[in-house]
Write a protein that binds this ligand. Sequence first.
Ligand SMILES: [Zn+2]
Length: 252
Amino acid sequence: MDSPSSSRGLSHSSPRGLFLFDTGQSPCCNDAGYFPRAALFNKVLSNFTIEPSDGIVQLLSRQGVKPTDLKAVILSHLHNDHAGGLEDLLDAAPDLSVYVSREHWKAFGEHPFFAGMEGATPNHWPKNFSPKIIDYEDRPVGPWKKSYPLTSDGKIVAVDTSGHVAGHLALLVFGENGTGEATTYVLPGDATYGIDVLDKEEPDGINDDPARALQSLRLIKEFARQTDVVVLPSHDTNTPRFLAEGVVYRPK
Ligand SMILES: [Zn+2]
């Protein structure tokens, strides 16, 4: 949230199925009464206009994907511009698995009023919302001491990147680019809004814990020093190009 462009979900296919990282914002976000009354950032949140054709179900459809084709949705965090598409997705695929980290669920999921003040829209979460909870395991990956494999082949892995919010998670994808070359992607969600602020190690302005955010930025950079990675921040306007061209991030 509070970023130059609205985020969109990113989908990755693996032999284990098709996984969606975040859902983007709802096309209904400009409707009167969409946000909970407690929302502190209503004006900021209402600045975006999401056309109906840019809802997550429509975006997936243009890729030839139905919500029922998805194996799971992994949420970096519950801010409405990352989780606002859940309502439409789950209307279309009620049995879809949704993953949230335990720390974030404790901070937001168990405290919906607080979550609403912080930019989530718990009034649009499914009834009796009970996502699958990610508990990190003692499986080091890159500079992270713990991780959570979403697939048994370890190709899609969640790591903690708290700071923007408690329990924020990033996804590491050990996949292939469009021409079949092995390529590692980092999907940082809102751990960083863009490559420029990642380089400058600047936590974003609306931030629950700047010290942890800084640590998360440094872990992403350290990973990029260890391995060639394509970093795809949710709100960087260059992200589609980074993905299309497989631009490897070289930390400064
Ligand atoms: Zn956010």
